[in-house]
Every structure is written in structure tokens, then in C-alpha cells.
Design a protein around this ligand. Structure first.
Ligand SMILES: *Cc1c(COP(=O)(O)O)cnc(C)c1O
Length: 398
């Protein structure tokens, strides 16, 4: 049958009907253990009763009013974000890409306002992912996301994470506006950047007046066991940060956070959004924030993250022909495979386990932050079965 949907996705043949916690139930009666969680988005599991209640209560009151009016719920969520981060101000959009757009605009506008309009260069990194809008694909520079969409936008470069000489030189260019980086790369294959690397780049930015943007769309909101991944490192903070995914825990919402000084140029008329920060999104965002920020939630991320990592490590030792390297942080964990990762995702599905793909032939596990130890054990058991089946299939083919 000809699909009436634009063919931009290679969709897994699973028709999901409903979910509860880490479990998904498909229309054909199968049950899956969901370690994708909407790509690190359903941070509190499917149909979380606290979120459902917040959404229903708000739905009965008010859905949408426009940002030309005050939206008290927006001020409440902004207050939570600001009082738990480096930031002073927040702009709400509906997605990660929009948060990134706002971050990039804020950075260029800051230099413009400070009498340096030539400072437009956005320095990004190979293997990064920042979303699918024009600015976002230019910031990540992935050739397959850029091809056929006309000339690249001016002022975007990508460097290799390991090439500190090139990074130093780029940040010291008089046209440098900002560095944009994920403290833990998500789509790139669960790659946690080192404290040393992050501190060096922060110092270079300080030295040159270049702004530092952290893309915490995937790594933020508790995913690594801190509210934001960079908070693992004392005193290390960006000037601007993009957050989304788990912020609405499944309801579309994104946010761009900045210091007051850096956001100075973002005055009336410079940016906006019709839906961004609407009461529905804010009601869910507030409820999600309060659950995620609980010490017991963050402690659970650490404990379950350790458990999954240990389980994956044991699999790497038992299946050196299948899996080679465990990486990531908290509940953003990945394992690099020898056989094709897409095929492994399909095999895992047969064993009732959903995992995400990632760069460098990884599979990623991004389960809800409130996953239990029993569920984590079951996830490893199902992955073990998938590895065994893959080994068997390889042996048969040989
Ligand atoms: C998902 C993601 C984005 C894009 O978010 P969308 O909501 O899909 O626009 C940006 N940055 C990172 C790190 C992401 O993981």
C-alpha cells in the first residue's frame, strides 16, 4: 500500500497501541520492554498517572492563549529551570530544534548587540546531532542531512572532538560567535565528553568572548543522573543551553536557557512562537520537572544506569564477536556492535525489547528514568537472547 506519509522514516513494523511505564503493547497483542522511550523523551514512562492528571486538569481549563498574554504556568516552569541551573532567562518552544534555533539566534544577536556583528561563526562537531531545521542541520554538519537542501548557511563549521588544535584556532578567530556541543552525544553513539575537554573549551571561550552552547536536549532533564549532564562538573556551565525531549516527558516542549547578559539582545520583536510555552505544555512540563528533580528519581538513574552498564559489560565479555564497547552516562547508555546495529534492533524486537540506534554502529538504551531493577534485569536478559540469536545466525550463514 502506498503510504500517504512522507517517506522520511524507515519505520519499524510495530503498531503501538498503548503503554504503561516501560511497557508498550502493540495492536497485534505483543508486549515490548521499551528502552527507547520516544528517544529519551518519555522520561517517566508511558501513561504516567501524575502527568496524565496534570494534562487532563489543564485541558479542562485552558489550552492556548498566545504569548501576547502572560502565561503564569510558563513563569512557573521558567522559575524551576532558572533556580536549578546557570540560567537567568528561558524561551519556550515546542521541540529540540526550536530550542537550538533560539540558542543560535541568541548567540549571534549577543555579538551584534555588543558591536561585533561580524562574529557569526558557529563551531560544531562531527558526530553531533542538533535537530532538523536549517540552522540545526548546519550546526551538526552531517552531510546526509544537508545534501540537496541548497547551499550551506554561512558561518557554520564542524571540527573533530579530538582535534584540540583546530578547536583552539577556530575559537580564537575574530569571527567566532559560539561553540555548540552536546556534553554527552546522543545520536552520535552515547559518547560522554571528558571533563578535561569541556573545561578546556570553556576556558577558550572565556579567553575570547566566544559563547558556549550546550545542547542538552537528550542529556538533560535527569538522563545522566544530574538534572543537566554538565552539572557533573563543579562550576562548569554554558552561556546558553537547549533542552527538550524529557522536559515535557512526551508532551512537545523545548526551552532555550541563557544568562541575562547573553540574552540581552533578545528584546521585544526578535523572536517568538505561536504555540511555544502554551498552558498544556507547561502544565505537563511542571509536573514532569517536579518528578524528575526528586532526589530519588536521580538516584534511581544512577543505580539503574550502573546496573545496565554492568549488564552490558558482561555481555561484551561473553560476546566479543558481537559487542565491543560500552559507553555513555547514566541512562544514556550505548554499546558498540560488530554486526549491523539496525539488524540487531530488529532482532531485539523479536525478543520483545526496543532499543535505539546510534552513530558508530551503536545501539542505545534510553529507558524511562524510573525503570526498576527488575525491568533492567529483564532488558539485559532480552538483549542477551538477541546476541545469542545473532551469533547463531552468523554461524549458520558461514
Ligand atoms: C533530539 C535532539 C534534538 C532535536 O530535537 P527535536 O525535538 O527532534 O527537534 C536536538 N539535539 C539533540 C541532542 C537531540 O537529541
Amino acid at each position: 500500500m502506498l503510504s500517504e506519509l512522507m517517506a522520511v522514516y524507515n519505520r519499524a513494523p510495530v503498531e503501538v497501541e498503548r503503554g504503561e511505564g516501560v511497557w508498550l503493547h502493540s495492536r497485534d497483542g505483543k508486549t515490548y520492554l521499551d528502552c527507547v522511550a520516544g528517544i529519551a523523551t518519555n522520561a517517566l514512562g508511558h501513561a504516567n498517572p501524575v502527568l496524565v492528571e496534570a494534562l487532563i486538569a489543564q485541558a479542562k481549563k485552558l489550552w492556548h492563549v498566545s504569548n501576547i498574554f502572560r502565561i503564569p504556568e510558563q513563569e512557573e516552569l521558567a522559575h524551576r529551570l532558572v533556580s536549578n541551573s546557570f540560567a537567568d532567562v528561558v524561551f519556550f518552544g515546542n521541540s529540540g530544534s526550536e530550542a537550538i534555533e533560539c540558542a543560535l539566534k541568541t548567540a549571534r544577536r549577543y555579538h551584534y548587540t555588543n558591536g561585533a556583528p561580524e562574529r557569526i561563526d558557529i563551531i560544531g562537531f562531527a558526530g553531533s546531532f542538533h535537530g532538523r531545521t536549517y540552522a540545526a542541520v548546519n550546526a551538526s554538519g552531517n552531510p546526509s542531512y544537508l545534501e540537496g537542501f541548497g547551499p550551506r548557511l554561512p558561518g557554520y563549521t564542524q571540527l573533530k572532538i579530538d582535534d584540540m588544535d583546530a578547536i583552539r584556532a577556530a575559537i580564537r578567530q575574530p569571527t567566532a560567535a559560539a561553540v555548540i556541543v552536546e556534553p554527552v552525544q546522543g545520536e552520535g553513539g552515547a559518547r560522554a565528553l571528558s571533563e578535561e575537554w569541556l573545561r578546556e573549551v570553556r576556558a577558550l571561550c572565556d579567553e575570547t568572548g566566544t559563547l558556549l552552547i550546550f545542547d542538552e536536549v537528550q542529556s538533560g532533564m535527569g538522563r545522566t543522573g544530574k538534572l543537566f549532564a554538565h552539572q557533573w562538573f563543579d562550576g562548569l556551565a554554558p552561556d546558553i543551553m537547549a533542552v527538550a525531549k524529557a522536559l515535557g516527558s512526551g508532551f512537545p516542549v523545548g526551552a532555550c536557557l541563557a544568562t541575562e547578559k547573553v540574552a540581552e539582545g533578545m528584546v521585544f520583536g526578535t523572536h517568538g512562537s505561536t504555540f511555544g510555552g502554551n498552558p498544556l505544555a507547561m502544565a505537563v512540563g511542571i509536573a514532569a520537572f517536579d518528578e524528575i528533580a526528586k532526589p530519588e528519581t536521580l538516584a534511581n538513574v544512577l543505580a539503574i544506569g550502573e546496573q545496565l552498564r554492568a549488564g552490558l559489560q558482561a555481555l561484551v565479555e561473553r560476546y566479543p564477536d558481537i559487542a565491543v564497547d560500552v559507553r555513555g552516562k547514566g541512562l544514556l547508555v550505548g554499546v558498540q556492535l560488530i554486526p549491523n546495529n539496525r539488524e540487531m534492533m530488529a532482532t531485539a524486537r523479536e525478543y520483545g525489547l526496543l532499543v535505539a540506534g546510534g552513530g558508530e554502529n551503536c545501539i542505545r538504551m534510553l529507558p524511562p528514568l524510573n525503570m526498576t531493577a527488575q525491568e533492567a534485569e529483564e532488558a539485559i536478559r532480552r538483549l542477551d537472547a538477541s546476541f545469542a540469536a545473532t551469533r547463531e545466525a552468523i554461524a549458520q550463514a558461514a
